[in-house]
Design a protein around this ligand. Structure first.
Ligand SMILES: C[S@@+](CC[C@H](N)C(=O)[O-])C[C@H]1O[C@@H](n2cnc3c(N)ncnc32)[C@H](O)[C@@H]1O
Length: 246
């Protein structure tokens, strides 16, 4: 639980500037995945949510949650940061949904509460996976789905802190990425491919797919610079896991 308070402070601090910079991209259209804003209609990860009980784990300003609520899901948006939750409350549409402050490491919900738990660079990027994945699995009903998008170990290993961009050189060891210093005390998390598979299976989840979102060359990325610019067209920058509870 070490990073919970540091990450909460971090997101409270950056929420205003983050939303100014990224909300126009994240919220530009419904159901956009990841840093390249690839439509779910293309990736087909989430499926129909009508009538489903849905938890967004680290909802930020709720760009995903408000869309799914409008589609007829019973959505709960959970986030660690009160500043992010305030942004979500401000941006809520006509389809109201509850916002809950909490940590992916210790979810304040009963077992079997949801049909779908998902996030896009949310709680499963910012909480230790060996804690957050079993929590997500616990609150899912049997057959319920955990779907989440995170940065890939490729991207992390090729990320050059000195120039703040992903390059074609390996800058970090693949083994031992684990806890990644995000500055100002904040920490994000990454596992090896084998590590993710073991954590997911260990929590009783069945892996249905590992989608590797691939932007077309020239697709804008509002978050990270890459060298070459079409890096993510050539190598997998993100991992979109599709799983269900056995
Ligand atoms: C990159 S945003 C993801 C939200 C949205 N999809 C987006 O791209 O802006 C990361 C969110 O995770 C939240 N977060 C960080 N650590 C968390 C934790 N341990 N549990 C739940 N949420 C957390 C942050 O407050 C932040 O709102």
């Amino acid at each position: 639980m070490d990073s919970v308070s540091a990450n909460r402070r971090f997101w409270n601090r950056i929420s205003g500037s983050y939303q100014c910079e990224h909300d126009p991209q994240i919220g530009a259209a419904p159901r956009l995945w990841g840093t390249y804003a690839i439509p779910d209609a293309q990736l087909r990860a989430l499926g129909d949510v009508t009538g489903k009980r849905v938890l967004e784990l680290g909802c930020g300003a709720g760009q995903w949650s408000r869309v799914l609520a409008a589609e007829g899901a019973t959505v709960v948006g959970l986030d660690l940061s009160e500043a992010q939750l305030t942004a979500a409350a401000r941006a809520m549409g006509a389809a109201r949904y509850p916002l809950v402050q909490g940590a992916a490491e210790r979810l304040p919900f009963a077992a079997d509460s949801f049909d779908l738990v998902f996030c896009d660079y949310g709680g499963l990027s910012w909480a230790p996976p060996h804690l957050a994945v079993p929590q997500a699995a616990r609150v899912l009903r049997p057959g319920g789905r955990l779907v989440f998008n995170v940065a890939s170990p490729w991207f992390e290993a090729c990320y050059d802190e000195a120039t703040s961009r992903a390059t074609t050189t390996l800058h970090q060891d693949y083994f031992g990425l684990d806890a990644i210093d995000e500055g100002q005390g904040a920490v994000s998390y990454q596992l090896t491919y084998g590590g993710w598979i073991r954590v997911l299976r260990g929590a009783g989840l069945v892996i249905d797919d590992l989608i590797e979102p691939r932007p077309d060359p020239g697709t804008a990325n509002g978050y990270n610079r890459t060298d070459p610019p079409d890096w993510a067209h050539r190598w997998p920058a993100e991992m979109l896991w599709v799983t269900h509870k056995a």
